[in-house]
Structure formats: C-alpha cells, structure tokens
Design a protein around this ligand. Structure first.
Ligand code: EPZ
Length: 430
C-alpha cells in the first residue's frame, strides 16, 4: 500500500502474547451506522452535523466521495458536517467506489436528490460475491429504470413512486437504499421483510431528525411518506456494537476483565449470550457492559450467524478466535456470506484446530497457540488474527493492517491501554 512518495509500504501489527487484558474502553460511533447516514446527507440539500463519527478509513473515503459529488464536508473532532446544497453530479466517482463497497448506499439518496445515478457495480470482496440484485429490484419497484453495461449501472427515473417493496432477504444495504430513495417518492412506500439491525433504526432516526415521515425501522414493515421537506440537523450516531463485541472477545480470550462504556447491551445480546455460554460473567447496565472471563473458556454448542437480532456475521471470526483456546469443541455456521472463513487457515498456522465443512467450522480447543507471521484478508478476519496473537506464545506479526483500519480506530492503541503488548510497524516493500 503506498503511503506516498511512490514507495510501497506495509503496515503490520507486532504482538507479544500472554498478557491478561484489564481496564475499560469507551465505544466509538458505529461504522455501519455512520456510512449510510453520511450517504443520506445528500438528500436534504442542507447541512447535517453528524456527531460521534469514528475516524476510520471507510468513513474518510465516504467523506471524499461526498466532496467529489459537490458537498462541502468538514471534519472537526468526531463531528462531520456535510452541506449538500451544492451537489453537482449524479455520478459516483469510480476510483473511490472500488475503495468501499458501502458506496452502493449512495444509489438511493442520489436518485432521491437528482432522479438519476451512475455507478460501477461494486462487485464482490474477500467475504463473498455480494450481488446487489435485491437493491436493484427494490429501486425498480419505485419507478427506477436501470441499464447495466460492462458492469456500469445507469439508473434514472421520471419520478419516484411509492410502492410496497417486499425484500426477498433482509439485506441491510438494500433496506437502507430503499428507505433513502423512498424519501422523495410520490406517496407512501412500505418495505416488508427489511433488515432490523440497530443501524437501520439509527438511519431512520437521523432521517426523522431532518423532518422525514418514516417509521417502523426494526420491525417487519418500514413506512415512508415521500416528499417531505428536509431540514438542517445535528445527529449523534449510535455506538459500534461490533467494535464492542470485538473488544469483549479479545479480553475474554486473555482471561481478563473489562468495562465497556457507552455500550448498548440490547444491541449486543446475541454476542453476550455466546460469551456467557463460553463461561464469561457479563453484567448488563443501561450504558455499559462489564465482562469477567473465566480462567478457562468452555466450548459452545453451535453458533449460527443470522440477520439481527440473531448472532451477527460480523462477530463470527472474533468468536472463533476466542474459542480456539477453550476446553471442548464448538461449531460455528456462517449463513450470511459464502466465503467468510478465509482467516481460518491463518489461525491453523498458529496451532489452532479448526475444521471447515461447507459453511460450518468445528473448533477443537487447544491449550497453546504459537506466534507466527499471518496476513489479514478482510476486516473482521484480521481482527480475529489480532485476538489470536494476544494469546499466542511468543510474537505474532499480522500483515495488511489496512483491512483492520477500515473498521477499527487505532485498534493497537485500544488494546495497549488494556495491557496488550502490540505495536504498529511500517516496513518498506523492496
Ligand atoms: C452490511 O453489508 C454491513 N456493512 C456488513 O458489515 C454486514 O456484514 C452485513 O450488512 C450483514 O449484516 C455495512 O453496513 C457498511 P447485506 P451489506 O446486504 O449491506 C446478500 C463489516 O464487517 N445480498 O445484508 O452489504 C449478500 O451477498 C461489514 O462491517 C444479495 O444476495 O450486507 C450477503 O450474502 C461486512 N443481494 C447477504 O445478502 C443483494 O442485493 C447479506 O448482505 C444484497 C445482499
């Protein structure tokens, strides 16, 4: 990855395992809430001040896309102000599209604002093909014509019209795109079988703070009455439940204890239940979660990833890293993405005993992991390698840390504060 000057550099984490993590951590704002909300700021044509934004590469890239589309974007501390009065294009910049898949969330708001949107099909990534057919069929039902040529999409409408939109699968992105496009549709839109994640409710609450007539997020039916005028707003993003789950898994893996501040236990219930099944003591309070790990973790019977409120796919790899050193065996089935076990091979290089059969991983607990050099292939898989490094004997080097920077703000600083021996190093690629 080039850090400028034409020289290629590689950033990696260097971890010396064996430390017990203890302390507290205040959660950052949720990546998967702030990204669609930033996309939604295009619709109002006014200024939105979004507070509690995490400083992540994906968020910086989304800000760059909004700027290229004509918005004025100002980042002060954890607040990003977006003035979308001067949006001057309906073309999503291709060179930035390929940086973040979630730029697909710009389809709905750009159609609502401009009646047109052109973008390259985001395509797949390390965890799966990630088609957007559900997005496209929903937008067509709102009166959008879509022409696809060589992976480039040209979408336009003579006027968005409210409709009943049954989603064949509760896709998070498709639900969000449809909510945002429906804002400027004539009449009422009802989204059936939409995703129920807390980030969907957060998007609804941001839109309501701008004056949108939208309700039902988190239930089986989301209703939007289109063409409400939208105004300036200031909105604070919810805390990141996946950052929270990742920190809990890291601390539990080392046999430590932690207080997560600014956490919402309800958002993390499925993860908390698995941590308790593995032997952790968890205390839930209105804005904080306290966890104390046992000396030896127990295996868990069967974890199956599901749409919310089921066990989140974004916690699958971190929980496997947690269970690698446990007493007993565990099974984890990934039902959301078809290729989300890439990190398993790297964990097995460290001495883990994980067997893959289709979409199910069987983990046989071992007593020791051995530090070695491993490589992050995607965001959450990378986080699982860090967790394994924290408990491995000796030193572990995790390469391609840029994957991890997409979803965690300076993870090494957070873990060091809890007592981990972890540093970020930059080396030149010869
Ligand atoms: C969001 O991705 C999240 N990203 C993902 O988090 C998360 O894993 C995912 O939701 C599921 O919870 C953001 O919010 C930025 P989906 P999204 O549409 O919207 C299939 C992370 O680590 N599908 O709910 O892309 C798709 O292939 C990231 O933070 C279709 O088939 O997820 C997948 O198998 C990773 N057709 C499943 O649905 C479609 O049109 C879930 O995808 C859309 C999706």
């Amino acid at each position: 990855m080039s850090l400028g000057g034409g020289v290629d550099w590689l950033e990696s984490y260097h971890i010396t395992g064996g430390k017990i993590l203890e302390g507290d951590h205040t959660l950052n704002g949720a990546k998967n809430a702030v990204l669609p909300i930033l996309a939604a700021t295009i619709v109002s044509g006014r200024t939105s001040r979004i507070e509690n934004c995490p400083n992540l590469s994906d968020v910086r890239t989304m800000g760059a896309i909004l700027k290229e589309m004509g918005c004025k974007v100002l980042w002060e501390g954890d607040t990003i102000s977006v003035d979308s009065s001067s949006v001057d294009t309906f073309v999503i910049p291709q060179h930035l599209m390929k940086e973040i898949r979630s730029s697909v969330f710009l389809m709905g708001p750009t159609l609502a604002r401009c009646g047109q949107v052109n973008l390259s099909n985001p395509g797949g990534c390390a965890i799966g093909r990630r088609p957007i057919d559900i997005h496209l069929s929903a937008l067509k039902r709102l009166g959008v014509e879509i022409h696809e040529r060589d992976g480039y999409l040209e979408c336009k409408t003579k006027g968005l019209v409210g409709n009943i939109i049954p989603l064949e699968f509760p896709s998070v992105g498709a639900t969000e795109n449809t909510m945002m496009a429906a804002l400027m549709a004539e009449g009422e839109t009802r989204i059936l079988n939409g995703a129920k994640e807390p980030e969907i409710i957060d998007l609804q609450n941001y839109l309501r703070s701008c004056g949108a007539d939208i309700s039902g997020a988190g239930t089986d039916e989301i209703r939007i009455v289109g063409k409400n005028p939208l105004f300036e707003t200031t909105y604070q993003v919810i805390p990141d439940r996946i950052e929270g789950g990742t920190i809990l898994a890291a601390v539990a893996a080392t046999g430590g204890q932690v207080v997560l501040k600014n956490a919402i236990p309800d958002h993390m219930e499925a993860t908390l239940k698995i941590l308790e099944e593995a032997g952790c003591n968890v205390i839930r309070e209105p804005n904080r979660i306290s966890l104390k790990a046992p000396n030896c973790l127990k295996g868990v019977k069967h974890v199956v990833t599901q749409p919310y409120p089921g066990f989140p796919t974004d916690m699958q790899s971190q929980v496997i890293a947690l269970l690698v050193r446990s007493d007993g065996s565990s099974r984890i089935t990934e039902t959301i993405f078809e290729n989300r076990f890439k990190y398993v091979e790297e964990l097995n290089k460290m001495g883990a005993k994980i067997r893959l059969e289709g979409r199910t991983a069987t983990v046989t607990g071992v007593n020791h992991l051995k530090g070695t050099r491993v490589s992050a292939q995607d965001l959450r898989g990378g986080a699982s390698l860090v967790i394994a490094g924290l408990v491995a004997e000796g030193d572990t080097v995790v390469d391609q840390v840029y994957h991890i920077d997409r979803g965690y703000e300076r993870l090494e600083t957070v873990l060091s504060k809890l007592g981990a021996e972890i540093t970020r190093r930059t080396s030149q690629i010869i």
